[in-house]
Design a protein around this ligand. Structure first.
Ligand code: HEC
Ligand code: HEC
Length: 398
């Protein structure tokens, strides 16, 4: 009798513990621990070692030289536009413009990508048309919508310190470049050495140690309650991590997410390996489908590279056309896709985004989903963990 009374008391006590607010708190935090273990085993808790091409090893002087070149507006024809004009370190190595201004106010057609963590990418640009940072850096110097220069002009300037168009002279720049091209490349000043140095500098733009990284490593307090909820949706029913794959929050692949580009001049027909794809509205950016022969097919029209989400808070506006001014607006786009309210103008929506997979906002999830994901995305703002070594300061250039 006494025994069974004690037994029932024990059962009541156990139930009381299980139902107490303290224990209720243990439920979600246990789920979070399980999710963290899964994230750690699938994606690791660190960035992989920095990929560096064997023919362009990182050296302190080369990085220093690349930094000077990246910030030097005299590499442009107009003498006012540097790489850093559109890739501002404080603005997430991007800029605040929807479409950046190049020399003389010329404009391109896409939003400036971040340079952060591009060292890890297998494709550059929104359409992935080049593979390496070295190859990428050749383009902007001669792009009429960017620096609008010629390589001959650039090399003449680096040799003499005289900007060939404005005729402005910088003895400090001449001295700096002579010294550094000598020590790094035995004096060779060419498009090859310039782009190698710039690429080495860009490889120091590595963002890590964000609140998210600290949480993955075990610091429970690194994320706020909202960020933890946002993380759960991001890796769970939001299906975001299917494309924004840690640790760099990109799969380096191309997807159609229904972001169309009004006002874009598109050729009416594209040819791919003999296949003609027609029917593309005039104002739509063909994206990956434009990179052409043997590298893409008609089904790639309307696809764009999954951008990294590291430091995304800093690099507004968003998407290949900078269509959305805020993260909240970018996420509303996903919500509308989930509800079937918008459809791609060209091609078919990526199956990973198709209705029923994303259940955001009122579409099945909590109305706070979008707000919580935005908070989580802010937890991807990290610290630049590699940096140009101290040494001779590059010349101050105007
Ligand atoms: C006038 C603005 C402008 C200037 C100047 C400029 N860029 Fe860019 N950059 C862009 C835009 C816009 C894109 C995206 C273009 C696209 O995808 O078609 C881009 C893309 C890139 C990318 C690809 C990143 C990724 O995630 O794929 C890198 C790297 C880059 N630029 C480096 C440079 C370097 C190096 C210079 C100087 C030599 C430079 N940029 C000059 C606007 C600019
Ligand atoms: C099918 C792959 C895929 C999925 C799933 C996906 N994204 Fe994206 N995301 C992309 C692509 C591709 C772009 C660029 C689209 C464009 O510019 O046309 C992008 C762009 C973004 C951007 C803008 C970044 C910038 O720098 O401009 C944000 C923010 C973003 N996604 C967050 C999310 C969130 C949050 C989720 C989950 C709700 C998600 N994405 C799900 C592929 C995906």
């Amino acid at each position: 009798m006494k025994k069974s009374w004690l037994a029932s008391l024990a059962v009541v006590l156990i139930m009381a513990i299980a139902l107490s607010p303290g224990a209720a708190k243990q439920g979600p935090s246990k789920d979070l621990d399980t999710l963290r273990a899964k994230i750690r085993s699938a994606f690791g808790a660190d960035l992989p070692p920095l990929p560096v091409p064997p023919n362009n090893p990182q050296t302190p002087d080369k990085v220093r030289l690349g930094e000077a070149l990246f910030f030097d507006p005299n590499l442009s024809k107009c003498g006012t536009i540097a790489c850093a004009s559109c890739h501002v370190p404080e603005l997430g190595f991007s800029d605040e413009q929807q479409i950046s201004d190049g020399c003389g106010g010329a404009t391109g057609r896409r939003n400036s990508n971040t340079v952060y963590n591009t060292a890890y990418l297998s494709h550059m640009f929104w359409d992935g048309r080049v593979q390496t940072l070295e190859e990428q850096a050749l383009g902007p110097v001669v792009d009429p919508a960017e620096m609008a220069n010629t390589w001959d002009n650039v090399i003449a300037y680096l040799n003499t310190g005289i900007q060939p168009v404005s005729k402005k002279e910088s003895p400090e720049a001449k001295k700096f470049y002579q010294q550094y091209f000598q020590s790094v490349f035995g004096g060779e000043i060419s498009s090859t050495t310039v782009t190698k140095a710039i690429a080495s500098y860009e490889r120091t733009a590595v963002s890590f140690d964000s609140p998210y990284d600290r949480w993955v490593k075990g610091d429970d307090n690194a994320l706020t309650a909202e960020q933890k909820k946002g993380l759960t949706v991001f890796f769970g029913r939001g299906n975001c991590a299917a494309c924004h794959v840690p640790p760099n929050f990109t799969d380096s692949d191309f997807h159609n997410s229904g972001v169309s580009n009004a006002g874009f001049e598109t050729p009416e027909k594209f040819a791919h390996n003999g296949e003609i794809c027609g029917g593309i509205p005039k104002d739509v950016d063909p994206g990956r489908g434009e990179v052409g022969f043997f590298r893409s097919s008609c089904s790639d029209l309307g696809k764009f590279k999954t951008p990294t989400l590291r430091n995304v808070e800093l690099s507004m506006p968003y998407m290949h056309n900078g269509k959305f001014a805020t993260l909240g607006k970018a996420l509303s786009h996903y919500e509308e896709l989930a509800k079937g309210k918008i459809k791609p103008v060209v091609g078919a929506l990526d199956p990973k985004l198709a209705k029923g997979i994303i259940q955001l906002g009122a579409g099945g999830g909590s109305v706070d989903d979008l707000k919580n994901i935005v908070e989580f995305l802010k937890a991807l703002t990290g610290i630049q963990i590699e940096s140009p070594p101290a040494g001779v300061a590059p010349p101050a250039l105007k």
